[in-house]
Design a binder for this molecule. Sequence first.
Ligand code: ACO
Length: 382
Amino acid sequence: METQQKTEIYSPGLEGVIACKTRICQIDGQAGKLYYAGYPIEDLVHHSTFEEVSFLLWQQRLPRQDELEQLDKMFKETRSLPAEVLQFLELMPHTSHPMDALRTVASLLACFDTNLEKSPEANLQRAIFLTARFPTIVANFHRLRQNQKPIQPHPDLGLAANFLYMLLGKEPTADQARVMDAALILHADHEMNASTFAALVTASTLSDIYSAVASGIGALKGPLHGGANEAVLKMLLEIADPANVESYVEQALVKKTKIMGFGHRIYKSYDPRARIFKEYARRLSGRTKFSRFFKINEKLEEVMQAKKGQHGIFPNVDLYSGIVYHQLGIPADLFTPIFAIARVAGWTAHILEYWRDNRLFRPNALYEGPPPRPYVPIEQRR
Ligand code: ACO
């Protein structure tokens, strides 16, 4: 029998490994550039909406006017939650982290999907339903945990504005709605990040889209990934004053603690999303009492540039996003769920794309344990 020689590469954290092909998203980490299906993120943020970007990720082309209207209609028609799901949300401990609530309810939605069809078209419908419903889950859970009645979706508002309306109980200004829409566009996709990979690993077993998305939410929650935006705000509260930044960073680096909102596996330059968020944060901070946070962040940038810039550690998307959300009146434990509200479009786009040419993800492990040895009966063990 012929033995096949395999080249085995060990790459901790799968750094540098290409896990799949994609037409959805491209990152140039050295130049600090991000493109969704070829369109620069800056153009999409300034000229597009989250609805349009969702279409782009799913179809890899921008929609025509009639297609966008149709998608918008579907989003609006499907964003209410089934009554049983609302009851379930009500029963969840109010102390639950909203990411736990979102992950659980995303999973629960599978139980209400009676369609046995597994075609690409049926799965695209599910992607649209999930993207439509994530803002409602997060907003309704937030109201319920404060013993307030959930607010039904507003029939006339787009996805971002409606989220703020359901969450905060009043219609946002055009400026607030625009900032939230931009935040969702910035978070909608990011190539083979940890949560998208987690979603694809589950999808690759030919499990269902709900399980894959629930895997993505679980991976996103961690502070090395999406959870960093919440961690940044905690860090800013701890630092409290720009004058404390230098000593905070020095102590953290001595203790080998990471500075949240800095560093990235792919970007070895300024994350382009951070640059855009910084401008929103600057604009909003100028008018409010939150400018202290902005000043702390600017000082953090200066100190980190001097200490870690030569190692390719720069601000990432999470450094300024929390300040922006905070200024919109959103509590810190909802920052990562907002990330998920946007990223579900990207997760589902990658799942649908991967299923077109599916192959099970099944890497190897480098075994470092004892060599094969005889079994020891329990009475002979010491
Ligand atoms: N603060 C201080 N040092 C850092 C930081 C940081 N934020 N990030 C990386 N480093 C250092 C590490 O200590 C390590 O140094 P060493 O070689 O002397 O041990 C070196 O840079 C490499 O770090 P790794 O963690 O191995 O690099 P990796 O590519 O795995 O890290 C990561 C990427 C996890 C994002 C990291 O930069 C980090 O933990 N950042 C803070 C958390 C954060 O902001 N996460 C959000 C990322 S963006 C997103 O997911 C949406």
